[in-house]
Design a protein. Structure first.
Length: 253
């Protein structure tokens, strides 16, 4: 979802609000716990845990917090919650489709949070299957733009590892692959001395909708409201927003 990704990148550059950062930390920690519970506490033998830890480190989550999360998730220490994944489908202004991925230990609370965030900001819940058909599960590795890192150099590094395409997304590149090829792709980048910011499976829309500034403003309001919920782990959508619109809205924020 390039529009949302560019918006997140733009916001990340601005001064971080402590409450927002703490909430983001909690979501990274939750992802680590779940990965450790499902695949064990050894990141070398659990690629999902490895990627969750790397993402947390890239976002400055303290090492002690990461270690404790791994231990809770793997059962080495007590205190780990039993989270489950729930996916909600929704429509936002402009006919934009959203997938809202929750990781929660309270389904009723998660449902209420999602419904409230949508209805207060002009969105609606959709029937199961009415939105998800337009999305495919993909491995996505993000690479920040830097000197010597180009679309061609990335493609050369990852083509034999199963990468499908490299997308220029403003301040970063997104490398798409089948989920089973995600580990091979990120390993190929490391072997080519290309640093990456994150590697994880996401839902990627097959067809995207270009939106104008008024629709983008409403969309970002919905996404911000959804992400304020502790239970919402990810929001995916089928919209694209121009760099000019993103910059304009960032100045308004």
């Amino acid at each position: 979802m390039s529009g949302h990704s560019k918006w997140a990148t733009t916001k990340h550059k601005k001064a971080a609000i402590d409450a927002k950062r703490a909430k983001a930390f909690a979501k990274y920690i939750k992802g680590i716990e779940v990965a450790a519970r499902l695949g064990g506490g050894d990141p070398e033998g659990n690629p999902t845990l490895f990627d969750a830890i790397q993402k947390a480190k890239k976002n400055s989550v303290p090492a002690d917090n990461i270690t404790r999360a791994v231990k809770r998730g793997s059962g080495e220490v007590d205190g780990g919650a039993k989270y489950e994944t729930i996916m909600y489908e929704a429509y936002a202004p402009g006919g934009v489709a959203l997938l809202v991925e929750c990781l929660t230990d309270n389904k009723n609370r998660a449902a209420a949070d999602v419904r409230t965030a949508l209805t207060r900001n002009g969105g609606t819940l959709a029937d199961p299957g009415s939105v998800s058909y337009n999305f495919s599960r993909k491995g996505v590795v993000t690479v920040a733009k830097a000197d010597g890192v180009t679309e061609d150099s990335i493609l050369e590094a990852v083509l034999d590892a199963g990468a499908e395409e490299v997308i220029d997304n403003g301040d970063e590149f997104r490398v798409l692959s089948e989920p089973n090829d995600l580990v091979a792709v990120r390993q190929a980048l490391v072997a080519a001395n290309i640093d990456y910011d994150s590697a994880e499976n996401e839902f990627v829309a097959g067809l995207q909708i270009d939106v104008d500034i008024d629709t983008a403003r409403k969309l970002f309001r919905i996404i911000d409201s959804l992400e304020d919920s502790d239970d919402v782990q990810n929001v995916f959508g089928n919209f694209d927003v121009s760099d000019e619109i993103v910059e304009t809205l960032a100045e308004e924020d």
